[in-house]
Design a protein around this ligand. Structure first.
Ligand SMILES: [Zn+2]
Length: 294
């Protein structure tokens, strides 16, 4: 893994310096170290397993007929993800569908190789598919490029992604990217039915929220619609795509101590959306004031 990372970093630095002069020069080195650090896989609840890294979430949803994998993390993490799946007693070759929460390099970077290794179909939203196939986030020169990956099928809001007994409902929740996608899933733990939500990132991610980005002028309206949509959902288990966003490590400790419902909190979705919305409005206000002051 470290060898792959040491090969990848110079390449990424090269791509960053190749960006236009006006580009922000975000140094992702530290973040990438955290995002690619391996962690032990575990069963979250029901047939939902965590197979990601310490910093980027990847979920395996299993069925006897085959599995669904949500998110690809970064390319240097792919071997670790495959090993995590194997350590839990499953096989990457049995993954039938690959899903992606949003087309940024830290989540989409591993998709191309995971797709090749699994032979799975990649399903993605209309909003994110072009960026996945281009291997970059359009309109963002501060974000890193990633391996382009072919999208096999487009998914729409409300569409069910079914395989075996797995039935995931698609919720298009744009804002963080144009095609940011969340899913909900009914599973059961010790006989108790539970609604799990895989929520797309709810942060502004350094975007111009005032409509100044010609590639995504409607970003603010999308965020507000997304907050409304999420408030209308029911989630006993709130999961997202960076473990820190939903206090995964604290919950995992409680789980390991014997609490099979450590990830169950029916109020968490509401709390997370409230916090995300407050942060969004504050950021929009600051950006609007800064523009006016110019
Ligand atoms: Zn992102």
């Amino acid at each position: 893994m470290m060898r792959a990372l040491s090969l990848l970093l110079p390449l990424m630095m090269m791509m960053m310096t190749a960006a236009p002069a006006a580009a922000q020069t975000t140094d992702w080195t530290q973040a990438i170290v955290e995002w690619t650090r391996p962690t032990t896989p575990f069963r979250v609840v029901g047939n939902v397993y965590y197979v990601g890294t310490a910093g980027v979430s990847v979920y395996l949803i299993t069925s006897p007929q085959g599995h669904i994998l949500i998110d690809g993390a970064m390319d240097p993490s792919v071997d670790g993800i495959v090993a995590n799946i194997r350590a839990l007693g499953f096989r990457i070759e049995d993954v039938r569908y690959l899903l992606i929460n949003h087309a940024h390099f830290d989540h989409a970077g591993g998709l191309a190789r995971l797709k090749a290794l699994s032979g799975a179909q990649l399903l993605a939203s209309v909003g994110d598919a072009p960026d996945l196939e281009a291997g970059m986030t359009a309109g963002r020169t501060d974000l890193l490029h990633f391996a382009p990956v072919h999208v096999d099928r487009l998914i729409l809001n409300g569409m069910h992604v079914r395989w075996g007994a797995i039935d995931l409902v698609t919720h298009l929740t744009p804002g963080h990217t144009k095609g940011c996608t969340s899913w909900s899933l009914r599973t059961a733990e010790m006989g108790r039915p539970l609604d799990v939500l895989f929520a797309c990132s709810l942060t502004a991610a350094g975007q111009d929220l005032t409509g100044g980005n010609p590639v995504y002028p409607g970003v603010a309206d999308d965020f507000r619609r997304t907050f409304r949509l999420l408030r209308g959902l029911q989630a006993d288990v709130f999961l997202s795509f960076h473990p820190a966003v939903f206090d995964m490590e604290a919950k995992r400790k409680a789980l390991e101590a014997g609490d099979r419902f450590a990830f169950v909190d029916a109020h968490e979705l509401g709390r997370r959306v409230d916090a995300a919305e407050a942060a969004f409005e504050k950021e929009l206000e600051a950006q609007t004031a800064a523009k006016r002051g110019r």
